[in-house]
Design a protein around this ligand. Sequence first.
Ligand SMILES: [Zn+2]
Ligand SMILES: [Zn+2]
Length: 420
Amino acid sequence: MINAPRGVEDLLHPKSFYYAQIEKEARDFFSLYGYEEIRIPTFERTELFLRSVGEETDVGKQMYTFKDRGGRSISLRPEGTAGVARAYVEHKLYGSKKEWKVYYMGPMFRYEKPQMGRLREFYQIGVECFGEKSPWLDVEIIEMAYRFLSRIGLTDMEVQINSIGCKDCRGRYVEVLKDYLKDYLDSLCDVCKRRYHYNVLRVLDCKNPTCRSFIEKAPQIKDYLCSSCEEHFNYVKKGLENLKIKYTINPYLVRGLDYYTRTIFEIISPHLGAQSTVCAGGRYDDLVSQIGGPSTPAMGFAIGLERLVMGLKKEGVSLKTPSQLTFFIAMLDQRYMEKGMQVASLIRSTGAGASVSFKESSLSSQLRQANKKNFSWVIIIGEEEIQKKKFLFRNMRSGKQYEVSTNSIEEFIKNLKGVS
Ligand SMILES: [Zn+2]
Ligand SMILES: [Zn+2]
């Protein structure tokens, strides 16, 4: 017996159905905002992630990295933004003078400690827009994420926003923060002790109670934003109010990656405990230049499907399978298999669903099976039916039965579709 590796899961029905349904909704919904799909590779050259995500960050440390048979260092994508940015530069899409709007979906890979809502292979749906620096884009992207989650059925959501400024003003703030934390360095948790040196902003989102007590009195970035970053953030806030999207400003919301600039946001489902972030996004005006392209403003977000589905479940939302007309072909004897297969084939050609009972079993057990699997109709095939060229159609909801002749099966189904 070989089990799946730790931290991955098989998506069985109905989870697989949920994922497919959410992905379908995403395609429809994001296209309303002018976004097109991009399918990026599952693996890239490690160098891309080292230049974007960085080696010292949590994500950088969790990468699946290996040498391929040609001796090249390859990494499974730990997130989608780097690959999309690489495609933008590689295909010289910056030449078109207009913004490039894309969405992607698929599995990402991180060597995490597996727990509820956190797997080593996990699914994301993400959106990126390149080439637009207007704060109205920030507003539209936050709106899009929020409205998409509402459309899927999530109702309890909290939108948190913050601005982490630009290279200049953040640089000043980082100095101030380091200076403040210096005196407490010995009391910070081990993770924060490391973060203090390579990524001090991340100390701000530490959940450790001791760290929190220092953080709550720490200087906040909002007081250090330069005038253009402050103006940008004011537009974003006003824009969200204009579209009636409730938000809170979380001064401790940060990103571990250097290329993030100005607006960052998260959408939280309060029912999910420690792993409550369903959607995370932000502006990253410095990424494209960091990976070797021309300086290009950009913004995006990613939604985690595991957590979204968990959130829907906690709220009691169920995505329903579209009601479909389905027929179960029951046979009084396996001798009628040939006829049964023909009838099933005919039914499917009309666009309705049909399943044949392959097992030798009594009529009553076949009916029970059809009932359990929620078929709308059962067709019974026996010697007499074949002789008379007429089949018995039994409606599983009402129990009503109809005799339908072989040549009028198509018409009978067409009429059923008309009413359903
Ligand atoms: Zn600034
Ligand atoms: Zn800490």
